[in-house]
Design a protein around this ligand. Structure first.
Ligand SMILES: Cc1ncc(C[n+]2csc(CCOP(=O)(O)OP(=O)(O)O)c2C)c(N)n1
Ligand SMILES: [Mg+2]
Length: 432
């Protein structure tokens, strides 16, 4: 008797068999990298429509790349925000401080002072220039890679380190993963580990701000990988339907841990072009050009404040280091990608621009680098007095049962007592 095939063939006539396309990154570890087919338009060549324009007028910008800083380190074109030298220096300092903070906290993780850390190396311009472009009381719904916003808003570094060390001074009482800050007074919404939840939250906050007749707008940041989440699309729909005063940022650093951007759709079109399907304004910007980022975010913020609705901004950049301290990018991508990245380093580019203006020097840069390293060192030493991972100086164990209910219900009271009893059995020396 003939065997019945498990999956019956549905071949009809001469039709070719169907094929599934699974995107693969161009380069893997050890491969030589060639960026010659990457289209990088010259700085200053992109038109700048008025902030109140119809969304369609921005569509050419969704597949272009807004750039201000040219190869000669000069600022050119209609997107040049014409910032004064003092503002540029403050921006440069916030970027350098963020990088120094990342470097020290990365080492602290390797020394066992915390379980986890995430750097934003190469992406500093995005969070910091955006923070400079927004009003200080605009509400930010960030991802875990916008620590630069807290730095730019002068949030105390020592509070950041306390949170990273989950110590007894941690304002979040050790309840959040290290780096998942929350700072209400600084307009910085609690970072969530669940990707993209912040997008609909930002849109909802912006809608509420409009309902209340407030003047504050909302902004949110996600990675390009996170645009593949359903929440991205729900947020885009609500934002355009209700003309919400919100600036939606996609940080396209080309990697989502070990998945390259093609897995989120980058082979087909740009991330900024997602705006077109919703009838939203969109801009694609050189994320390593602090002036271009500032100009794009300011444009979108002004548009939102003028009741002209939301904007989607794609910041095109490259994640220069690993995803987190738990990641080893050398196992899945070519090291050359970062080295050869044609849009350069955002700090070096802004530094060279200030030098070209005659407003800065290599010596001043070296002095500043020493100062920011000292500032970070002082903050981390200060925070260490409140405890580091595993040294017992954390919030009292029982506090993890508190703050949910106004009064602790009997069953949680019982659970807390049981947990504390069991801890005493396990660790007889434990004091609290
Ligand atoms: C809903 C959800 N899915 C998966 C994860 C696991 N995860 C954490 S970070 C990450 C990659 C995100 O990449 P991207 O959005 O590009 O942001 P980037 O890390 O590059 O800044 C993934 C898959 C998660 N935290 N939440
Ligand atoms: Mg990414």
């Amino acid at each position: 008797m003939a065997k019945v095939p498990k999956t019956p063939s549905r071949k009809r006539g001469n039709l070719p068999p169907l094929e599934l396309h699974v995107p693969e990154p161009k380069y893997r570890p050890g491969d030589a990298v060639d960026y010659s087919d990457l289209v990088i338009p010259p700085a200053g060549a992109q038109p700048r429509p008025d902030e109140t324009c119809a969304a369609e007028e921005t569509y050419p910008l969704c597949t272009d790349l807004v750039r201000v800083l040219g190869d000669d380190d000069k600022a050119v074109g209609p997107w040049d925000p014409r910032l004064d030298a003092e503002t540029l220096r403050r921006m440069l300092r916030a970027m350098a401080l963020t990088r120094a903070f990342d470097d020290r906290m990365y080492r602290a993780q390797r020394q066992g002072k915390t379980s986890f850390y995430m750097k934003c190396t190469g992406e500093e311009a995005i969070a910091i220039a955006a923070a400079f472009a927004l009003a200080d009381d605009d509400m930010v719904f960030p991802s875990y890679r916008q620590q630069g916003i807290l730095v730019a808003r002068n949030y105390p570094l020592v509070e950041m380190v306390n949170q990273i060390y989950s110590n007894r001074a941690d304002r979040l009482k050790g309840r959040q993963l290290p780096i998942m800050y929350s700072a209400k007074e600084y307009g910085f919404f609690s970072i969530s580990g669940n990707l993209t939840t912040q997008y609909p939250q930002a849109v909802g906050w912006a809608m509420a701000s409009a309902i209340k007749g407030d003047t504050r707008i909302a902004t949110s940041f996600i990675g390009e990988g996170s645009t593949a989440e359903g929440d991205f699309h729900a947020a885009m729909t609500f934002a355009t339907v209700y003309n919400a005063p919100v600036v939606l940022n996609v940080v396209n650093n080309q990697w989502a841990i070990s998945s390259f951007s093609g897995i989120a759709g980058a082979e087909r079109t740009t991330f900024a072009a997602r705006a077109i399907g919703y009838g939203m304004a969109g801009i694609r910007v050189d994320g390593n050009d602090a002036l271009a980022v500032f100009a794009a975010v300011r444009w979108a913020a002004d548009r939102a404040r003028a009741n002209k609705g939301p904007t989607l901004i794609e910041h095109f950049t490259y994640r220069a280091e690993g995803h987190s301290t738990s990641d080893d990018p050398s196992s899945y991508r070519s090291a050359q990608e970062s080295v050869e990245w044609p849009l350069g380093d955002p700090i070096a580019r802004l530094k060279r621009h200030l030098i070209a203006l005659g407003e800065w020097s290599e010596e001043q840069q070296a002095t500043m680098d020493r100062e920011v390293a000292e500032e970070v060192k002082a903050a981390s030493k200060e925070a260490e007095k409140n405890g580091i991972l595993g040294h017992g100086l954390h919030h009292p164990f029982k506090t993890m049962f508190e703050d949910v209910f106004e009064e602790l219900p009997w069953h949680l009271e019982e659970q807390a007592e049981q947990a504390i009893r069991e801890r005493r059995v396990k660790w007889p020396d434990w004091k609290e």
